[in-house]
Write a protein that binds this ligand. Sequence first.
Ligand SMILES: C[S@@+](CC[C@H](N)C(=O)[O-])C[C@H]1O[C@@H](n2cnc3c(N)ncnc32)[C@H](O)[C@@H]1O
Length: 247
Amino acid sequence: MKTDLQKLTFIILKPFILFIILSLSIFVFLSIQATTRRPPPAPDSTALPSDLKIRPGYSSYDSYLQRQLNKTLNPKLRHIWTTRDWDRKVSKFAQFFSDLQRRDLISNSSRSLCIGARVGQEVAALRRIGVENSVGIDLVPYPPLVIKGDFHHQPFVDGSFDFEFSNVFDHALYPWQFVGEIERTLARGGVCVLHVLLSRRADKYSANDLFSVKPLEEMFKKSELIEVRSIDGFGLDTEVVFRKIRN
Ligand SMILES: C[S@@+](CC[C@H](N)C(=O)[O-])C[C@H]1O[C@@H](n2cnc3c(N)ncnc32)[C@H](O)[C@@H]1O
C-alpha cells in the first residue's frame, strides 16, 4: 500500500520536477545569450567626429545583429557567394593583396585576419597568394576559412595579428570599438587595411556613414596613417592603410 502511495506521489511530482529542470535550463541559456550579445557602452555622442554618422533606428544590439544576420544567413545568397561569385571575388581580392605585398605591407609570414569576411573569399585570396596563416571572423562561421566572432569584441588576445583587412567598416554600430579592437589585436608594427566608401551613403545594412578619412585618423589612436588611395573594390572607393606604432 505504502509503495503504491510512493508511486502515485512520484507520478504526480514528475511533471513538476521536469518543468523546473526545463525552466532552469532555459534561464541559463538565455543568460548566456544575453551576456554574449551585450552591446558595448554607448559613447558620448558629442565626442563623435562630424564626418561619421551612426544610423538611427536600432532599438537594441540584438536588432542590429538581426539585421546583419538577415542577409548573411540567406540560403540563396550563400549559395551564390560560394559558387557563382567565388572565383571572381577571390581573384579581385588576390589582386588587392598582391599589390599590398609589392608595397611591403604584408608578407607570407604575416598572421592575418579578415574582419566581416562572410564566406571567406578574402581569406581564400590571402592563402592563394601565399599568406597561409590567415583567418576570417564573421557573425556566421564558414569553416575552415571563417570563424564566429563579433568585430566589436574580437575573440583574440592582444597582438595576435600582423595584418588586418576589412571592407565592412560601415557595418559597425560602434566604429570606435571596431577600431579599438583592431588596434588591440594588431601587434606593434602591424598593418590595417580598410576599404571604405566615402563618396555616397552605403547600403541599407550599413550602420554608419563615413564622409572622409578624418574620423578614422581620430579613432586610430595608436597608429599612423600610411596611405589613402582610390580603388574600385566591390562598391567601395577608398583604401586606407594604418600602421600600429605604439601599444
Ligand atoms: C558587406 S558583407 C561583406 C562580406 C565580405 N567581406 C565580402 O566582401 O564578401 C558584411 C559582413 O559583415 C558581417 N558583420 C556585420 N556585423 C558584424 C559584426 N558585428 N561582427 C562580425 N561580422 C559582422 C556580416 O555578417 C556580413 O557577412
